[in-house]
Unconditional design. Structure first.
Length: 625
């Protein structure tokens, strides 16, 4: 058995050979003759002459290999009190039928389909059905408000939208159909049909453009797999950037299939017949990669869970899921564990569940604080593996490769770079910093298969956002350092992106909403540390001259505005009216300084500050717990 060091070295010494060998585990319609097309940097293309269908690789090939009766997807929904298991055969049949529905609605290879759904198996079925016919899906997280959905509809210009009548948040039923209607009303692009899954908790009124999921499935002619180029887009996943306009991260097909297929046994130590439970949402990259595609590519069983880790009915649900479904690897965000710890600090709910199947806990999506790491490790007595990646990268950049060998765990570090990822830390001039010194975390180009080839319809923004800061490097947007053993320490974002309960959000987007209020002259939103959600946004507004408002009333209006325009998931609950915002002499708001003070740091006053008195006046508000 090769060691991590040997495997990593092989990937850097001969990337071409390394990834072509990894590609042999995929069923290709036309096998790739070479790994990388690097003729047009920074636009790299993996497996340029390969052709395949990822749905065939995720479903049909396992059925063809005689494993059709094995569980593929387990839907576990404490919020509806239901469970359903799909074998590989059953899932393949459902996906083929829904692919037939889409084809019947005129969806062809290359067309986009927006999926706006709660955590129901039909969301995964819709994704795989798109992949089956070569259509490009774009899943929009159900917690986003109509305006956010509308922006994505206008950018992706889908021919069809797939949705559901409602989602369930704890004990609340959230009707999706009115949100969908509002989004279509706001969008300039008008999609053709909308397929709606009726759920008994709240059935939707159907209009002339609506197609009932169940009725359409009953009439459907199953569709086969359409072969696409490895470089064809599989999906677009929008993610937060610096402004309110989200970035449409494009995922290719062949590179992604190879990378995910490699990561399952080598990182998550999960193979055919074993079970992974990823507690996330299909609206995020973690859900795309490790609820849907990766587990199915390797013939494993994936648990799709509808609910929160706490609340309905209690904070022992993750343990119940592990015990009932024989989960080997549990993957979620640290915030889920902080939520469980808050409800059940002694882990008393663990008793009564047989957790012997669980070998690892994987955590990602935000910084794993050492305290939560320790609590989870002590409670479970298994390796707790922090790992770091992003929507853009599609799979982990830095991890402890449990399936190869378990490296020493250093709390605070997601461990070491995986094969293909040449992670470096640079200072603003582009020079590498010494170990232990913080700087911009970058990846030397080309990145390995699976990483984004570009942004949807926006090569220019791809270059300006990620490739322009340091020539020849991808800018991750995270800051941090390396240590002498090559461990990576990710300390936080260096831009206006924040992570709230593992959800990636843009403070810039929230500022745009607050600035749209008629009484607001200027504003700032910063992410501050929160014991449960990791970070939460705090807003600061300066009113227009002459405006007199009762502060509580105005705050309620502003909070509501952000809920309406971005969604409840923004979690902006705290907005303060202040006399002024600290700025540099050139007029730039000193958000980093504000953040530092709010987090309790002894933040030095920058020499570029315009008026130190403004900052002094703000200090008590920033320090308020
Ligand atoms: N549809 C509609 N509303 C949603 C939603 C969805 N899919 N997801 C979240 N929301 C709402 C919540 O109901 C909440 O509304 P409220 O302000 O009216 O109470 C708001 O958005 C904020 O949600 P969240 O930040 O998730 O807070 P929470 O208190 O509801 O739950 C956790 C906190 C930690 C339990 C939950 O975020 C969690 O389980 N996170 C870990 C797993 C995860 O999803 N990771 C993502 C990436 S790996
Ligand atoms: P997303 O694109 O939603 O997956 O969010 C990616 C961002 O989450 C990264 O750029 C980091 O800021 C943060 N992140 C993800 N995983 C980790 C981790 N293990 N440690 C620290 N930050 C993380």
């Amino acid at each position: 058995m090769a060691t991590y060091e040997e495997i990593f070295r092989a990937s850097t010494a001969d990337p071409e050979g390394f990834w072509l060998r990894a590609a042999e585990s995929i069923d290709w319609a036309v096998p790739p003759s070479r790994a990388l097309d690097d003729s047009r940097p920074p636009f790299y293309r993996w497996f340029p002459d390969g052709e395949l269908n990822i749905c065939h690789n995720a479903l049909d090939r396992h059925v063809d290999a005689g494993r059709g009766e094995q569980s593929a997807l387990v839907y576990d929904s404490p919020v509806t009190g239901s469970q359903r298991t799909y074998t590989y055969s059953a899932l393949r049949d459902e996906v083929a039928k829904f692919a037939g529905v889409l084809a019947g609605l005129g969806v062809a290879a290359g067309d986009r389909v927006v999926i706006y759904m709660p955590m129901v198996p039909e969301a995964a079925i819709a994704m795989l059905a798109c992949a089956r016919i070569g259509a490009v899906h774009s899943v929009v997280f159900g917690g986003f408000a109509p305006k956010e959905l509308a922006v994505r509809i206008d950018d992706a210009t889908p021919s069809v939208i797939v949705s559901a009548s409602c989602g369930i948040e704890g004990k609340r039923v959230i009707e999706y159909k009115p949100l969908l209607e509002a989004a279509i009303e706001l969008a300039a692009h008008k999609p053709g049909k909308r397929v709606v899954l009726q759920r008994p908790q709240a059935e939707a009124a159907m209009g002339p453009d609506d197609v009932d999921w169940a009725a359409a499935m009953a009439d459907s002619e199953p569709a086969g797999c359409v072969t696409v180029k490895a470089t064809d887009p599989l999906y677009i996943l929008y993610t937060s950037g610096t402004t309110g306009k989200p970035k449409g991260v494009v995922r290719d097909t062949g590179g992604y299939a190879v990378a995910l297929n490699w990561s399952m046994p080598n990182v998550y130590d999960v193979g055919a017949g074993e079970t992974i439970f990823t507690g996330s949402d299909v609206g995020w990259v973690v859900g795309h990669s490790y609820i849907v595609y990766a587990p199915l590519l390797v013939g494993a069983t994936s648990v799709l869970y509808e609910g929160k880790p706490v609340g309905t009915p209690d904070a022992g649900q993750y343990w119940r899921v592990v015990a009932e479904h024989g989960v080997k690897s549990l993957f979620t965000a640290p915030t889920a564990f902080r939520a469980i710890k808050k409800e059940d600090p002694k882990g008393e709910l663990l008793a009564g569940y047989d957790l012997s199947s669980m070998k690892y806990l994987f955590l990602a999506g935000e910084r794993l604080d050492p305290e939560t790491h320790r609590w989870a490790s002590d409670l479970l007595g298994i390796p707790v593996i922090d790992h770091w990646w992003q929507t853009e990268t599609g799979w982990p950049i830095v991890a402890n490769p449990a399936g190869i060998e378990l490296l020493e765990i250093k709390p605070g570090s997601p461990t070491r770079p995986l094969p293909g990822w040449d992670v470096q830390v640079l200072d603003p001039s582009g020079a590498p910093v010494a170990t232990g010194t913080d700087g911009a975390i970058v990846v030397k180009l080309p990145m390995p298969p699976g990483a984004l080839p570009t942004l949807w319809n926006d090569d220019e923004r791809f270059v300006s956002s990620y490739m322009a800061a340091f020539d020849g490097f991808y800018l991750t947007g995270d800051g941090g350092h390396l240590d002498d053993d090559g461990y990576v320490f990710v300390m936080g974002r260096t831009d206006d992106v924040i992570n709230v309960a593992g959800h990636r959000l843009s403070t810039g987007g929230m500022e745009e909403v607050l600035a749209g209020h008629p009484d607001v002259a200027e504003c700032a939103v910063i992410g501050v540390a929160d014991p449960m959600k990791g970070q939460v946004p705090r807003g600061f507004v300066v009113l227009k001259a002459g405006v007199q408002r009762e502060e509580d009333e105005l705050r309620a209006e502003l909070v509501q505005l952000v809920r309406e325009q971005i969604g409840a998931v923004a979690s902006l609950k705290d907005v303060a009216v202040v006399a002024g915002l600290p700025k540099t002499r050139s007029g730039k708001i000193l958000r980093k300084t504000m953040r530092g003070i709010a987090d309790g740091a002894d933040e030095p006053v920058p020499s570029t500050i315009d008026d130190p008195a403004v900052l002094d006046a703000l200090r008590p508000v920033l320090r308020r717990p």
